[in-house]
Design a protein around this ligand. Structure first.
Ligand code: CP
Ligand code: NVA
Length: 331
């Protein structure tokens, strides 16, 4: 059966079948190839998209903007302070206003219920550019990168180190379950994903052949891993006060060269970015000085090593976001 995603929202991977996710990855690979060869692919000329960011961004915003331009579309960016959303106008009213003007709407913000409400009241496709719970466009980029580096996804082992309760841990667990992979969350047990989502993913895994593991011991967890993945220990929207507790709990889960060696010779390192791998950021320096650390979730040595594919992932954000817009926009 031919996959058709026209008119669909892209809010979380739970809403998509493995075949639909594979279709988006194939489309992204095709669009990437066209871009590299200079073949125009501006089939959405004349369309317009709105990008709402209630949290800051480099990759996601730039990916949506460049992808929209490549597809021939106009873009309007609404920054965290530049719109009425939530302050003077509800999400539901915003959705009904914007869907009279635009052909698609991206939203990055806080609770998942906000993007779900936006989609409910919008007549045009809505795309999740990150919420506290999920970051689905990031997973498409990660999986395109993994496919490029490892050849395929099925059966591949991804170990997620660190706070697995937030958007990246949740979304990677769902993505791995959908695509028949082996997912391991490695963290102290209070940092494991919530039980309801784990139960849902176990049901998916029973259909796809995926395996889900929850481990507290880093050296044991990473043995035989194809991918070691980590993310920041404190996410956007969380108070600064949680750094002390996170550093105490998660320092044993920092990705360093010894952990990469324990994993295997061909294991690749992934990170959604931005990353605190050195003191060249305001927060990295401040937190590093306060706690006497020169890196946080990943050492500079691993980040800069030839096992690290983080900038391939960053590039693939653009190609995969382009695929999401091209697949779902009505034309
Ligand atoms: N990975 C990611 O979403 O990056 P930005 O916060 O820069 O968009
Ligand atoms: N967990 C991070 C992901 C950034 C892409 C955050 O939400 O800040």
């Amino acid at each position: 059966m031919k996959t058709d995603l026209k008119g669909r929202d892209f809010l979380k991977l739970l809403d998509f079948t493995p075949e639909e996710i594979a279709y988006l990855l194939d489309l992204a690979a095709d669009l990437k190839d066209k871009k590299k060869k200079g073949i125009p692919h501006d089939a959405l000329r004349g369309k317009n998209v709105a990008l709402i960011f209630e949290k800051t961004s480099t990759r996601t915003r730039c990916s949506f903007e460049v992808a929209a331009h490549d597809l021939g579309m106009g873009v309007t960016y609404l920054d965290p302070s530049g719109s009425q959303i939530g302050k003077k106008e509800s999400i539901a009213d915003t959705a009904r206003v914007l869907s009279r003007m635009f052909d698609g709407i991206e939203y990055r913000g806080f609770g998942q219920e906000r993007v779900e409400t936006l989609a409910k009241y919008s007549d045009v496709p809505v795309w999740n550019g990150l919420t506290d719970e999920f970051h689905p466009t990031q997973i498409l980029a990660d999986f395109l990168t993994a496919r490029e580096k490892l050849g395929s996804l099925r059966g591949k082992k991804l170990v997620y180190m660190g706070d697995a309760r937030f958007n990246m841990g949740n979304s990677l667990m769902v993505g791995c379950a959908k695509m028949g992979m082996e997912f391991t969350a490695c963290a102290p047990r209070e940092y494991f994903p919530n039980k309801g989502l784990v139960a849902t993913c176990r049901e998916i895994a029973a259909q796809t052949g995926a395996v889900l593991n929850f481990e507290e011991n880093p050296a044991g967890a990473v043995r035989g891993a194809d991918i070691i993945y980590t993310d920041v220990w404190v996410s956007m929207g969380e108070p600064e006060a949680v750094w002390a507790e996170r550093i105490a709990a998660l320092s044993p889960y920092r990705v360093d060269s010894a952990l990469m060696a324990a994993a295997g010779e061909n294991t690749i390192f992934m990170h959604c970015l931005p990353a605190y791998h050195d003191a060249n950021t305001e927060i990295g320096r401040k937190v590093g000085e306060a706690f006497g650390l020169d890196s946080l979730e990943v050492t500079d040595e691993v980040f800069e090593s030839d096992r690290s594919v983080v900038f391939d992932e960053a590039e693939n954000r653009m190609h995969t976001i382009k695929a999401v817009m091209a697949a779902t926009l009505r034309h």
